[in-house]
Design a protein around this ligand. Structure first.
Ligand code: YSA
Length: 342
């Protein structure tokens, strides 16, 4: 009698180890619950391959039925266990319905930054001077000693160098180190005069560096706005009027500006302008003066015909006074709690 199990196969044809391997491979490829359920129906369901195989055992002779039955039952149990494990794994890795993405939820608000208070202040200063007819130009932050000091009438052995503690660049030429991080924006006075003819009316915003210990009103990196006006008939009255207009534009018409004599080797006479702080103290805002005739002459201008004034405004100090900040170091601490207030 033929050992008929199902379909065209006989027990002799069926390699149970091959069925097991094929079933387990297919189960591993079932990557969602529906695929796993289809696999279960294919092997363990009513008409499944293993179920049919067990049903077909009855046709075997009694002596072979027992052993074949044990083998087929082991296969069924093994596949059932494999299915249970696979289903548990698929359930664990698929999101629970409550965690599913809800596309109707409004998006989280996007955190938007804004300009730094020093940039905001700088732009206001620029607007104020543009409105008075000044052009805006920029210069290099790495400068030659020649422009930062020498041609501003501050030779190497001059005590005025002590006014600017300097960060020198490690670049040697003829036994000297002639390159530095500019200590002020004034070198641009020389650069500009060299290349332009009067009338001149420019401001030069930019970063400067000093080898200075910081305190509440001093930083080692600071921003300045240089101003330069040269034409026929320019007097100290023009300087005073321009700077007073600037102070009132930025701080209001009632704010007091104090002009005092000051010394800078590149001006004659020189002045310092301070404005009154909340607690009554005066805070120095800028240095200024009439461009020294020797500087005009050295760059080919006739000092009998042309005169001019110049100034250098501290932008951090302006921002402190505008916003009522009593320590300059806040500006560069990167503390968001501070910066978010602007
Ligand atoms: C003077 C005359 C001119 O014809 C033109 C420009 C000048 C200014 C000169 N070049 C200069 O740098 N003067 S200064 O050393 O007194 O600085 C000018 C302003 O920069 C100061 O009034 C102050 O507001 C600011 N400043 C100076 N050192 C600073 C500083 N701000 C923050 N930290 C520092 N360490």
């Amino acid at each position: 009698m033929e050992e008929r199990l199902y379909g065209d196969h006989t027990m002799a044809d069926i390699d149970l180890a091959a069925v097991e391997r094929r079933a387990l491979d297919e189960l591993a490829a079932a990557c969602d619950a529906a695929a796993a359920a289809a696999w279960r129906a294919r092997y363990l369901g009513k008409k499944g391959e293993v179920t049919q195989l067990l049903r077909g055992l009855g046709v075997l002779p009694a002596d072979r039925r027992k052993q074949a039955g044990q083998t087929a039952n082991r296969l069924r149990a093994l596949l059932q266990e494999a299915f249970d494990r696979r289903r548990a794994l698929l359930e664990a890795s698929s999101p629970a319905p409550s965690a599913a993405i809800d596309v109707t939820l409004p998006a989280r608000p996007h955190r938007q930054g804004h300009l730094h208070p020093i940039t905001l202040t700088l732009r206001e200063i620029e607007r104020a001077f543009r409105d008075m007819g000044f052009a805006v130009v920029e210069g290099p932050q790495v400068e030659w000693d020649e422009y930062n000091f020498e041609r501003l009438r501050i030779p190497a052995d001059h005590p005025a160098r002590d006014m600017w503690d300097t960060l020198w660049i490690d670049y040697e030429r003829d036994g000297r180190y002639p390159m530095l991080l500019r200590t002020h924006t004034s070198p641009m006075q020389i650069r500009y005069i060299e290349r332009h003819r009067p009338p001149i009316r420019v401001i030069v915003p930019g970063t400067c560096y000093r080898y200075e210990a910081t305190d509440a009103t001093h930083e080692w990196m600071l921003t300045q706005v240089e101003g330069l006006v040269i034409d026929e008939g320019i007097s100290f009255a023009h300087l005073k009027g321009t700077l007073e207009a600037f102070v009132h534009r930025l701080f209001g018409p009632d704010v007091e500006a104090r002009f005092r004599c000051d010394y800078f080797p590149f001006v004659e006479p020189g002045a310092e302008v301070a404005i009154r702080w909340r607690d009554g103290r005066w805070i120095e805002l800028l240095g200024a003066g009439m461009v020294h005739p020797e500087i005009l002459a050295a760059t080919g201008y006739d000092p009998a015909r042309y005169t001019g004034f110049a100034f250098g405004i501290g932008v951090e100090r302006t921002a402190m006074l505008r916003y009522g900040i009593d320590d300059i170091r806040y500006f560069y601490d990167n503390a968001l709690g501070f910066l978010e207030q602007f």
